[in-house]
Write a protein that binds this ligand. Sequence first.
Ligand SMILES: *Cc1c(COP(=O)(O)O)cnc(C)c1O
Length: 377
Amino acid sequence: MREIHMVDLAAQYRRLKPEIDEAVFSVMESAAYVKGPEIKIFEEELAAYTGSEYVISCGNGTDALQIAYMSLGLKPGDEVITTAFTFVATVETMVLLGLRPVFADIDEHTFNISPEEIRKKISPATKAIVPVHLFGQCADMDEILDIAGRYNLHVIEDAAQAAGADYIFRNGKRCKAGTMGIIGTTSFFPSKNLACCGDGGALFTGNPGLADKIRSIANHGMKERYHYDFIGVNSRLDTLQAAILRVKLRHLDGFNDARRRVAGAYDRAFSGCRDIKIPVRAEYSSHIFHQYTIRVPAAKRDRLRDFLKQNNIPTMVYYPVPIHRQKAYATPLTDKVSLPVTEKICGEVLSLPICPETDNEQIEYITNKVLEFLENN
Ligand SMILES: *Cc1c(COP(=O)(O)O)cnc(C)c1O
Protein backbone atom coordinates (compact mmCIF):
# COMPACT_ATOMS: atom_id res chain seq x y z
CA MET A 1 0.00 0.00 0.00
CA ARG A 2 1.18 3.53 -0.74
CA GLU A 3 2.12 5.62 2.27
CA ILE A 4 -0.91 7.57 3.53
CA HIS A 5 -0.83 11.37 3.69
CA MET A 6 -3.60 13.77 4.69
CA VAL A 7 -3.14 15.19 1.18
CA ASP A 8 -0.75 13.45 -1.21
CA LEU A 9 0.76 16.39 -3.05
CA ALA A 10 3.59 14.36 -4.56
CA ALA A 11 1.14 11.85 -6.05
CA GLN A 12 -0.82 14.69 -7.58
CA TYR A 13 2.30 16.24 -9.06
CA ARG A 14 3.33 12.92 -10.59
CA ARG A 15 -0.10 12.59 -12.18
CA LEU A 16 -0.06 16.10 -13.67
CA LYS A 17 3.69 16.31 -14.25
CA PRO A 18 3.71 16.77 -18.05
CA GLU A 19 1.16 19.59 -17.90
CA ILE A 20 2.66 21.31 -14.87
CA ASP A 21 6.24 21.06 -16.07
CA GLU A 22 5.31 22.54 -19.41
CA ALA A 23 3.51 25.44 -17.73
CA VAL A 24 6.38 26.10 -15.34
CA PHE A 25 9.12 25.93 -17.97
CA SER A 26 7.27 28.25 -20.29
CA VAL A 27 7.12 30.89 -17.53
CA MET A 28 10.80 30.33 -16.79
CA GLU A 29 11.62 30.96 -20.45
CA SER A 30 9.41 34.05 -20.63
CA ALA A 31 11.11 35.57 -17.55
CA ALA A 32 7.84 37.41 -16.75
CA TYR A 33 8.03 36.25 -13.15
CA VAL A 34 5.92 39.05 -11.71
CA LYS A 35 2.67 40.24 -13.34
CA GLY A 36 3.22 37.96 -16.34
CA PRO A 37 0.43 37.32 -18.86
CA GLU A 38 -0.57 34.08 -17.09
CA ILE A 39 -1.94 36.13 -14.19
CA LYS A 40 -4.62 37.85 -16.21
CA ILE A 41 -5.49 34.70 -18.12
CA PHE A 42 -5.85 32.73 -14.89
CA GLU A 43 -8.02 35.45 -13.35
CA GLU A 44 -10.26 35.38 -16.41
CA GLU A 45 -10.48 31.59 -16.40
CA LEU A 46 -11.32 31.55 -12.69
CA ALA A 47 -13.94 34.26 -13.27
CA ALA A 48 -15.49 32.15 -16.03
CA TYR A 49 -15.42 29.01 -13.87
CA THR A 50 -16.96 30.67 -10.80
CA GLY A 51 -19.28 33.06 -12.57
CA SER A 52 -17.75 35.94 -10.63
CA GLU A 53 -17.62 39.21 -12.56
CA TYR A 54 -14.14 40.09 -11.25
CA VAL A 55 -11.31 37.98 -9.86
CA ILE A 56 -8.25 39.67 -8.38
CA SER A 57 -5.35 37.41 -7.47
CA CYS A 58 -3.08 38.12 -4.53
CA GLY A 59 -0.31 36.63 -2.42
CA ASN A 60 -2.31 34.26 -0.20
CA GLY A 61 -5.71 33.69 1.37
CA THR A 62 -4.83 35.67 4.48
CA ASP A 63 -3.94 38.74 2.43
CA ALA A 64 -7.17 38.27 0.49
CA LEU A 65 -9.14 38.62 3.74
CA GLN A 66 -7.15 41.64 4.88
CA ILE A 67 -7.53 43.35 1.50
CA ALA A 68 -11.28 42.60 1.56
CA TYR A 69 -11.71 44.25 4.96
CA MET A 70 -9.56 47.23 3.90
CA SER A 71 -11.40 47.76 0.63
CA LEU A 72 -14.76 47.99 2.38
CA GLY A 73 -13.48 50.83 4.53
CA LEU A 74 -14.08 49.00 7.80
CA LYS A 75 -12.76 51.11 10.69
CA PRO A 76 -11.20 50.34 14.06
CA GLY A 77 -13.95 49.43 16.51
CA ASP A 78 -16.31 48.15 13.83
CA GLU A 79 -17.77 44.79 14.78
CA VAL A 80 -17.61 41.86 12.41
CA ILE A 81 -19.63 38.73 13.16
CA THR A 82 -17.82 35.51 12.35
CA THR A 83 -17.11 32.00 13.60
CA ALA A 84 -14.52 30.95 16.17
CA PHE A 85 -14.36 27.51 14.50
CA THR A 86 -12.05 28.45 11.63
CA PHE A 87 -8.45 28.84 10.64
CA VAL A 88 -7.00 31.82 12.49
CA ALA A 89 -6.49 33.94 9.35
CA THR A 90 -10.20 34.82 9.19
CA VAL A 91 -9.91 36.63 12.52
CA GLU A 92 -6.23 37.61 12.71
CA THR A 93 -6.67 40.01 9.80
CA MET A 94 -9.63 41.68 11.53
CA VAL A 95 -7.71 42.22 14.73
CA LEU A 96 -4.69 43.60 12.86
CA LEU A 97 -6.98 46.25 11.37
CA GLY A 98 -8.51 47.09 14.75
CA LEU A 99 -11.84 45.48 13.87
CA ARG A 100 -13.68 43.66 16.64
CA PRO A 101 -14.47 40.03 15.89
CA VAL A 102 -17.77 39.00 17.44
CA PHE A 103 -18.18 35.26 17.47
CA ALA A 104 -21.45 33.55 16.68
CA ASP A 105 -21.83 29.87 17.51
CA ILE A 106 -21.96 27.22 14.80
CA ASP A 107 -24.54 24.74 13.62
CA GLU A 108 -23.54 21.42 15.15
CA HIS A 109 -24.29 19.43 11.99
CA THR A 110 -22.58 21.47 9.29
CA PHE A 111 -19.90 23.11 11.52
CA ASN A 112 -20.79 26.41 9.80
CA ILE A 113 -21.90 29.66 11.43
CA SER A 114 -25.50 29.55 12.60
CA PRO A 115 -27.84 32.25 11.24
CA GLU A 116 -29.87 32.27 14.48
CA GLU A 117 -26.70 32.87 16.45
CA ILE A 118 -25.68 35.68 14.08
CA ARG A 119 -28.99 37.45 14.78
CA LYS A 120 -28.24 37.39 18.51
CA LYS A 121 -24.88 39.11 18.03
CA ILE A 122 -25.96 42.10 15.95
CA SER A 123 -25.34 45.49 17.58
CA PRO A 124 -25.29 49.09 16.34
CA ALA A 125 -21.53 48.65 15.76
CA THR A 126 -21.94 45.59 13.51
CA LYS A 127 -20.69 46.29 10.00
CA ALA A 128 -20.12 42.92 8.40
CA ILE A 129 -20.64 39.17 8.57
CA VAL A 130 -17.86 36.77 7.58
CA PRO A 131 -19.11 33.23 7.02
CA VAL A 132 -16.43 30.59 6.44
CA HIS A 133 -17.47 27.75 4.14
CA LEU A 134 -15.79 25.19 6.35
CA PHE A 135 -14.38 21.84 5.20
CA GLY A 136 -15.80 22.31 1.70
CA GLN A 137 -19.44 23.06 2.35
CA CYS A 138 -21.19 26.44 2.12
CA ALA A 139 -22.76 28.17 5.08
CA ASP A 140 -26.49 28.95 4.92
CA MET A 141 -26.23 31.92 2.54
CA ASP A 142 -29.99 32.44 2.02
CA GLU A 143 -30.32 33.26 5.71
CA ILE A 144 -27.03 35.12 6.00
CA LEU A 145 -27.72 37.35 3.00
CA ASP A 146 -31.22 37.98 4.32
CA ILE A 147 -29.89 39.10 7.71
CA ALA A 148 -27.24 41.24 6.02
CA GLY A 149 -29.88 42.87 3.84
CA ARG A 150 -32.09 43.71 6.82
CA TYR A 151 -29.29 45.28 8.83
CA ASN A 152 -27.33 46.71 5.90
CA LEU A 153 -24.20 44.65 6.59
CA HIS A 154 -21.44 43.55 4.26
CA VAL A 155 -21.02 39.83 3.69
CA ILE A 156 -17.47 38.66 3.04
CA GLU A 157 -17.22 34.93 2.33
CA ASP A 158 -14.08 33.11 3.38
CA ALA A 159 -14.15 30.43 0.69
CA ALA A 160 -10.58 29.18 1.20
CA GLN A 161 -11.84 25.63 1.86
CA ALA A 162 -14.64 25.57 -0.69
CA ALA A 163 -13.16 26.07 -4.18
CA GLY A 164 -15.72 24.75 -6.62
CA ALA A 165 -18.53 24.11 -4.10
CA ASP A 166 -22.01 25.09 -5.27
CA TYR A 167 -24.52 26.87 -3.09
CA ILE A 168 -28.11 26.09 -4.03
CA PHE A 169 -30.47 28.94 -3.15
CA ARG A 170 -33.98 28.10 -1.97
CA ASN A 171 -35.24 29.39 -5.34
CA GLY A 172 -33.05 26.85 -7.14
CA LYS A 173 -30.35 29.27 -8.33
CA ARG A 174 -26.80 27.91 -7.98
CA CYS A 175 -23.73 29.99 -7.19
CA LYS A 176 -20.12 29.06 -6.57
CA ALA A 177 -18.76 29.56 -3.06
CA GLY A 178 -17.19 33.00 -2.79
CA THR A 179 -19.43 34.71 -5.34
CA MET A 180 -22.46 35.55 -3.21
CA GLY A 181 -21.22 38.17 -0.77
CA ILE A 182 -20.01 41.65 -1.66
CA ILE A 183 -16.54 40.03 -1.64
CA GLY A 184 -15.39 36.43 -1.49
CA THR A 185 -11.85 35.33 -0.72
CA THR A 186 -9.94 32.15 -1.36
CA SER A 187 -6.53 30.56 -0.87
CA PHE A 188 -4.40 28.43 -3.18
CA PHE A 189 -2.23 27.02 -0.38
CA PRO A 190 -0.91 23.61 -1.49
CA SER A 191 -3.39 21.60 0.60
CA LYS A 192 -6.51 23.41 -0.64
CA ASN A 193 -8.77 21.90 -3.29
CA LEU A 194 -7.54 24.37 -5.92
CA ALA A 195 -3.90 24.73 -5.02
CA CYS A 196 -0.65 26.03 -6.35
CA CYS A 197 2.87 24.96 -5.39
CA GLY A 198 3.44 27.72 -2.88
CA ASP A 199 1.30 30.60 -1.64
CA GLY A 200 -1.50 32.22 -3.54
CA GLY A 201 -4.95 33.70 -3.06
CA ALA A 202 -7.74 35.60 -4.76
CA LEU A 203 -10.74 37.85 -4.19
CA PHE A 204 -14.09 37.69 -5.98
CA THR A 205 -16.52 40.54 -6.43
CA GLY A 206 -19.28 41.59 -8.76
CA ASN A 207 -18.80 45.30 -8.05
CA PRO A 208 -16.58 47.11 -10.60
CA GLY A 209 -15.63 50.00 -8.30
CA LEU A 210 -14.69 47.61 -5.53
CA ALA A 211 -12.73 45.44 -7.98
CA ASP A 212 -10.63 48.48 -8.96
CA LYS A 213 -10.08 49.38 -5.32
CA ILE A 214 -9.09 45.82 -4.41
CA ARG A 215 -6.64 45.67 -7.31
CA SER A 216 -5.16 48.96 -6.21
CA ILE A 217 -4.89 48.01 -2.51
CA ALA A 218 -3.15 44.75 -3.43
CA ASN A 219 -0.61 46.87 -5.31
CA HIS A 220 0.41 49.39 -2.61
CA GLY A 221 -2.77 51.44 -3.10
CA MET A 222 -1.42 52.68 -6.41
CA LYS A 223 -3.72 54.30 -8.96
CA GLU A 224 -1.43 55.62 -11.65
CA ARG A 225 2.21 54.72 -11.36
CA TYR A 226 3.62 56.24 -8.15
CA HIS A 227 0.31 57.92 -7.27
CA TYR A 228 -1.40 56.43 -4.23
CA ASP A 229 -5.11 56.82 -3.54
CA PHE A 230 -5.27 54.24 -0.76
CA ILE A 231 -3.01 52.73 1.86
CA GLY A 232 -2.21 49.39 0.37
CA VAL A 233 -0.14 46.26 0.69
CA ASN A 234 2.15 44.33 -1.63
CA SER A 235 0.35 41.11 -2.35
CA ARG A 236 0.82 39.35 -5.66
CA LEU A 237 0.34 35.90 -7.09
CA ASP A 238 3.53 34.75 -8.82
CA THR A 239 3.29 34.12 -12.55
CA LEU A 240 4.65 30.61 -11.95
CA GLN A 241 1.82 29.88 -9.53
CA ALA A 242 -0.77 31.30 -11.94
CA ALA A 243 0.54 29.01 -14.67
CA ILE A 244 0.25 26.00 -12.33
CA LEU A 245 -3.22 27.08 -11.23
CA ARG A 246 -4.38 27.25 -14.86
CA VAL A 247 -3.50 23.57 -15.18
CA LYS A 248 -5.13 22.61 -11.91
CA LEU A 249 -8.31 24.63 -12.52
CA ARG A 250 -9.00 22.39 -15.52
CA HIS A 251 -8.96 19.42 -13.12
CA LEU A 252 -10.82 21.01 -10.19
CA ASP A 253 -14.21 19.43 -10.84
CA GLY A 254 -12.53 16.07 -11.35
CA PHE A 255 -10.57 16.48 -8.10
CA ASN A 256 -13.75 17.36 -6.21
CA ASP A 257 -15.63 14.39 -7.68
CA ALA A 258 -12.77 12.11 -6.63
CA ARG A 259 -12.91 13.51 -3.08
CA ARG A 260 -16.67 12.89 -2.99
CA ARG A 261 -16.03 9.28 -4.00
CA VAL A 262 -13.59 8.88 -1.12
CA ALA A 263 -16.10 10.49 1.25
CA GLY A 264 -18.84 8.13 0.06
CA ALA A 265 -16.63 5.11 0.70
CA TYR A 266 -15.84 6.36 4.21
CA ASP A 267 -19.54 6.94 4.86
CA ARG A 268 -20.47 3.41 3.85
CA ALA A 269 -17.76 1.86 6.00
CA PHE A 270 -18.78 3.89 9.06
CA SER A 271 -22.56 3.60 8.64
CA GLY A 272 -22.96 0.87 11.26
CA CYS A 273 -20.70 2.41 13.90
CA ARG A 274 -22.53 4.07 16.79
CA ASP A 275 -19.50 6.06 17.90
CA ILE A 276 -19.06 7.86 14.58
CA LYS A 277 -21.06 10.77 13.26
CA ILE A 278 -20.27 11.08 9.56
CA PRO A 279 -20.21 14.53 7.89
CA VAL A 280 -23.68 15.95 7.38
CA ARG A 281 -24.51 17.24 3.90
CA ALA A 282 -26.65 20.35 3.94
CA GLU A 283 -29.39 20.34 1.31
CA TYR A 284 -28.34 23.84 0.20
CA SER A 285 -24.71 23.09 -0.68
CA SER A 286 -22.64 20.63 -2.60
CA HIS A 287 -19.76 19.30 -0.51
CA ILE A 288 -16.27 19.23 -1.97
CA PHE A 289 -14.70 17.55 1.06
CA HIS A 290 -11.75 19.78 1.64
CA GLN A 291 -11.81 17.75 4.84
CA TYR A 292 -13.64 14.56 5.73
CA THR A 293 -14.36 15.28 9.36
CA ILE A 294 -16.07 12.80 11.63
CA ARG A 295 -17.25 13.29 15.21
CA VAL A 296 -16.41 10.71 17.83
CA PRO A 297 -16.99 10.76 21.61
CA ALA A 298 -14.60 13.33 23.11
CA ALA A 299 -13.26 10.77 25.61
CA LYS A 300 -12.04 8.56 22.75
CA ARG A 301 -10.93 11.10 20.16
CA ASP A 302 -7.30 11.61 21.14
CA ARG A 303 -6.71 7.93 21.85
CA LEU A 304 -8.17 7.04 18.46
CA ARG A 305 -5.82 9.57 16.91
CA ASP A 306 -2.82 8.03 18.68
CA PHE A 307 -3.87 4.53 17.64
CA LEU A 308 -4.17 5.59 14.00
CA LYS A 309 -0.80 7.33 14.17
CA GLN A 310 0.80 4.12 15.47
CA ASN A 311 -0.66 2.47 12.39
CA ASN A 312 0.82 5.07 10.05
CA ILE A 313 -2.46 6.84 9.48
CA PRO A 314 -2.14 10.61 9.81
CA THR A 315 -5.17 12.54 11.04
CA MET A 316 -5.74 16.15 12.01
CA VAL A 317 -7.89 17.99 14.49
CA TYR A 318 -9.33 21.03 12.77
CA TYR A 319 -9.62 22.84 15.16
CA PRO A 320 -8.59 21.83 18.66
CA VAL A 321 -9.08 25.24 20.31
CA PRO A 322 -11.59 27.81 19.08
CA ILE A 323 -10.26 31.31 18.42
CA HIS A 324 -11.95 32.91 21.44
CA ARG A 325 -10.04 30.47 23.69
CA GLN A 326 -6.64 31.12 22.09
CA LYS A 327 -4.10 32.95 24.21
CA ALA A 328 -3.41 35.62 21.60
CA TYR A 329 -7.10 36.44 21.26
CA ALA A 330 -8.07 36.35 24.92
CA THR A 331 -9.47 39.63 26.19
CA PRO A 332 -11.81 40.46 29.04
CA LEU A 333 -14.54 40.41 26.38
CA THR A 334 -13.71 36.96 25.02
CA ASP A 335 -13.51 35.57 28.57
CA LYS A 336 -17.25 36.08 28.82
CA VAL A 337 -18.01 34.64 25.40
CA SER A 338 -19.68 31.27 25.55
CA LEU A 339 -20.05 29.23 22.37
CA PRO A 340 -21.23 25.87 23.66
CA VAL A 341 -21.52 24.13 20.30
CA THR A 342 -18.14 25.34 19.05
CA GLU A 343 -16.50 24.34 22.33
CA LYS A 344 -18.07 20.89 22.32
CA ILE A 345 -17.28 20.21 18.65
CA CYS A 346 -13.59 21.07 19.12
CA GLY A 347 -13.31 18.05 21.40
CA GLU A 348 -15.03 15.63 19.01
CA VAL A 349 -13.80 16.35 15.49
CA LEU A 350 -11.28 14.25 13.65
CA SER A 351 -10.31 14.81 10.04
CA LEU A 352 -9.21 11.73 8.10
CA PRO A 353 -6.90 11.62 5.07
CA ILE A 354 -8.70 12.68 1.92
CA CYS A 355 -7.48 13.83 -1.46
CA PRO A 356 -8.24 12.90 -5.07
CA GLU A 357 -5.47 10.28 -4.92
CA THR A 358 -6.71 8.42 -1.83
CA ASP A 359 -7.24 4.88 -3.17
CA ASN A 360 -9.54 2.04 -2.20
CA GLU A 361 -6.80 0.04 -0.52
CA GLN A 362 -5.96 3.01 1.70
CA ILE A 363 -9.62 3.69 2.47
CA GLU A 364 -10.16 0.08 3.47
CA TYR A 365 -7.10 0.08 5.70
CA ILE A 366 -8.03 3.39 7.35
CA THR A 367 -11.67 2.48 7.97
CA ASN A 368 -10.74 -0.96 9.32
CA LYS A 369 -8.32 0.60 11.80
CA VAL A 370 -10.85 3.23 12.91
CA LEU A 371 -13.53 0.59 13.43
CA GLU A 372 -11.10 -1.79 15.14
CA PHE A 373 -10.25 0.87 17.73
CA LEU A 374 -13.85 1.89 18.37
CA GLU A 375 -15.03 -1.71 18.70
CA ASN A 376 -12.44 -2.35 21.39
CA ASN A 377 -12.65 0.94 23.30
C1 LIG B 1 -6.20 28.34 4.41
C2 LIG B 1 -7.19 29.28 4.95
C3 LIG B 1 -6.98 30.67 4.97
C4 LIG B 1 -5.66 31.31 4.67
O1 LIG B 1 -5.09 31.05 3.48
P1 LIG B 1 -3.50 31.20 3.29
O2 LIG B 1 -3.36 31.14 1.80
O3 LIG B 1 -2.85 30.08 3.99
O4 LIG B 1 -3.10 32.53 3.80
C5 LIG B 1 -8.01 31.48 5.41
N1 LIG B 1 -9.17 30.98 5.84
C6 LIG B 1 -9.41 29.66 5.86
C7 LIG B 1 -10.73 29.16 6.33
C8 LIG B 1 -8.42 28.76 5.43
O5 LIG B 1 -8.66 27.45 5.48
